[in-house]
Write a protein that binds this ligand. Structure first.
Ligand SMILES: [Zn+2]
Length: 156
């Protein structure tokens, strides 16, 4: 009995990680049920850009990007580093992550998260400018996020 305990404990921890809540337990603006659904998707999506906590982080990043008051246009920036942590520096990656999560969520939770994201999308479109050369980048041009003018000055 005592010999089996560590293993049972590990299995319990593994289970709670995949199926149950991981901190942050409640995603700001979402019900407990929808937060749980999000955590479940994140736990099951290992190896992709959706890791535990990714949705909360993506939402915060999206809000933070749109936060500066006023009418000055905002320019998304490419991330310096493409690792799964730094990728969020590019707000468009954050929005991509939200999209992936939305696609995988069950209907009700998807509706809730969608209602949080929609006004942010509207604000994003108001605060960014259309890129007149978007058609030259066909693989990105079909994604509306990448059709907006970005700040590429750091990249020459
Ligand atoms: Zn990095």
């Amino acid at each position: 009995m005592p010999r089996r305990r560590p293993r049972a404990l590990r299995e319990e921890q593994a289970l709670s990680h995949v199926g149950g809540p991981t901190p942050p337990f409640r995603i700001h603006g979402l019900s407990t049920g929808a937060s749980l659904a999000v955590h479940r998707i994140e736990g099951l999506s290992r190896g992709s850009s959706i890791h535990p906590g990714a949705t909360d982080r993506a939402l915060r990043r999206y809000r933070e990007f749109l936060h500066p008051p006023g009418r000055r246009p905002l320019y998304p920036q490419e991330a310096f580093c493409s690792c799964s942590w730094c990728s969020f520096d590019d707000v468009r990656h954050a929005r991509d992550v939200l999209n992936e999560v939305l696609e995988r969520l069950p209907e009700r939770a998807r509706g809730e998260l969608g209602r949080l994201v929609k006004p942010l999308d509207a604000l994003f479109l108001r605060r960014t400018l259309p890129d007149p050369f978007a058609h030259r980048r066909p693989w990105r041009a079909r994604l509306w996020l990448y059709r907006r003018l970005a700040d590429r000055s750091e990249w020459g």
